[in-house]
Design a protein around this ligand. Structure first.
Ligand SMILES: [Zn+2]
Ligand SMILES: [Zn+2]
Length: 111
């Protein structure tokens, strides 16, 4: 199992987050995308992984006012829509990376 820690977490601008991983892999996420993939029980069925949030309902200008480290394994975001219960483990974040290297079918898997 891949288990990487970030060595740098940076808010690039209002709507994007950048993570540099300890293996020097770089992930860029929009907060909209992170919000759409919130792993909390309200947004995702804990057992089936089925999404309970309609991605269409998450505005493109979603931002995060606050990001907090949770222990040394996760980050929690407070999103501009007021939602802030999701705990994003580093493992989950790494899986969410959609750079060409991580996405088996670039351009076709997302959207
Ligand atoms: Zn959530
Ligand atoms: Zn990647």
């Amino acid at each position: 199992m891949l288990n990487f820690n970030p060595k740098n977490i940076e808010k690039v601008d209002d709507d994007r987050l950048k993570i540099v991983w300890e293996d020097d892999h770089i992930s860029l996420y929009s907060f909209q995308y992170l919000r759409q993939n919130c792993p909390c029980a309200l947004c995702q069925d804990e057992w089936t992984g089925e999404k309970l949030v309609d991605p269409e309902q998450i505005p493109a200008n979603t931002t995060s006012a606050r990001a907090e480290l949770v222990g040394n394994y996760a980050i929690s975001f407070s999103f501009s829509d007021g939602h802030g219960t999701g705990i994003y483990s580093f493992e989950h974040l790494r899986k969410l990376c959609r750079c060409e290297e991580c996405s088996p079918h670039p351009g076709s898997q997302w959207n």
